[in-house]
Design a protein around this ligand. Structure first.
Ligand SMILES: [Zn+2]
Ligand SMILES: [Zn+2]
Length: 344
């Protein structure tokens, strides 16, 4: 079967690899759609631990498809079922896993990160993933492409749930890539009041406004922009860009009792950020971090998309055959368009 593999830094290839064989407690998934994430691009550009030309890794952690084979010992799933798989698999026995936070397990595995991922015609779903509920059965009104995008959406949802947007809160989203736009869509669901949005790229701002016409764009200096809208600050600020400066500056954009979400990592050489902690103290601010998603959040997000509460299809820029993977990866790396999805 065909699979997109990382061999080393700067080297991904479409290769013929053996179709996986499953044990009696495993499932074989035939992939129908898999989307490219920023972390796939980072792994491509920087390489990844333990990945070498001798030990390549099939990438892809955002994917959906249909069940092709079910091991004899598996109950609850059948061949032909439309499903999506949450990527993070906990050890299953630590306190975090037992509390439902398998995504916070220290000994976790993940498709496309530590085990073969979804940029392939078939993926083997190991027993741990099945027993933890990683396989979500798709309802009828969600497409495979949308289902692939449920993974990043559920990362966004996890962050906003922790953040706790209150109805009517004015929200500022900085960074209008696919993740920033998912944050806007999700903030609406949580009852946000006015939503302000900013990005260094004029093209991305125009695109966001086209997709979600009721947002308020801010160009250039954010506090100057606030003045034009007659506000002093916002109740919630979400930084959806790997920008240290934006994180540091965001504390100055906040109303009293405001909440910030730092979503997304910074490059290793810029991870120490100087922030004014007096603003946290005197303005009673909260800064929230988040990572990945729980299984229940993943399943809930699939339902929200199925029920047309989140118009995820808007975020899909292009679909590609697997043989056109290079164009897909290059467009994603150059931040052209929003989400790039490989279909099978
Ligand atoms: Zn991702
Ligand atoms: Zn665990």
């Amino acid at each position: 079967m065909k699979a997109i593999q990382l061999l080393e830094k700067d080297r991904i290839e479409l290769r013929d690899v053996p179709k996986p064989e499953i044990a009696e407690n495993e499932i074989l998934l035939r992939v129908r759609a898999a989307s490219i994430c920023g972390s796939d691009i980072r792994m491509w550009k920087n390489g990844y631990k333990n990945v070498t030309p001798e030990t390549p890794l099939t990438l892809g952690h955002e994917f959906a498809g249909e069940i092709a084979e079910v091991g004899a010992k598996i109950r609850g799933y059948h061949v032909g079922q439309r499903v999506a798989a949450a990527p993070n698999i906990g050890c299953g026995t630590c306190d975090l896993c037992v509390s439902g936070n398998t995504h916070l397990c220290r000994n976790y595995d993940a498709f496309g990160i530590s085990i073969p991922g979804g940029f392939a015609e078939y993926v083997r779903i190991p027993y741990h993933a099945i027993s933890q509920g990683n396989i979500a059965i798709l309802e009828e009104d969600i497409s495979y492409q949308e289902a692939a995008l449920v993974e990043p959406l559920s990362c966004v949802y996890n962050g906003q749930k922790l953040l706790g947007i209150r109805p009517g809160d004015d929200v500022l989203v900085i960074g209008l890539g696919p993740i920033g736009i998912m944050h806007i869509m999700t903030a609406k669901l949580f009852g946000a009041g006015k939503i302000f949005a900013s990005d260094l790229s004029e093209e991305r701002m125009e695109k966001a406004k086209e997709l979600i016409p009721d947002i308020h764009l801010i160009r250039g200096d954010i506090r100057e922009g606030f003045k034009e809208y007659g506000i002093e600050g916002v109740d919630v600020c979400i930084i959806a860009a790997p920008a240290a400066e934006a994180q540091a500056q965001s504390l100055y954009y906040m109303n009293m009792n405001g909440k910030l979400l730092f979503f997304g990592g910074l490059p290793k050489d810029r991870e120490n950020v100087m922030i004014n902690t007096n603003l946290i103290h005197y303005n009673q601010l909260q800064i929230q971090g988040c990572t990945k998603q729980s299984i229940s959040e993943y399943r809930l997000c699939a339902k929200l998309v199925n029920d047309k509460r989140i118009p995820l299809a808007l975020i899909m820029s292009d679909t590609y055959e697997i043989t056109d993977y290079r164009a897909a990866f290059e467009n994603a790396a150059a931040a052209r368009g929003l989400k790039h999805v490989i279909t099978f």
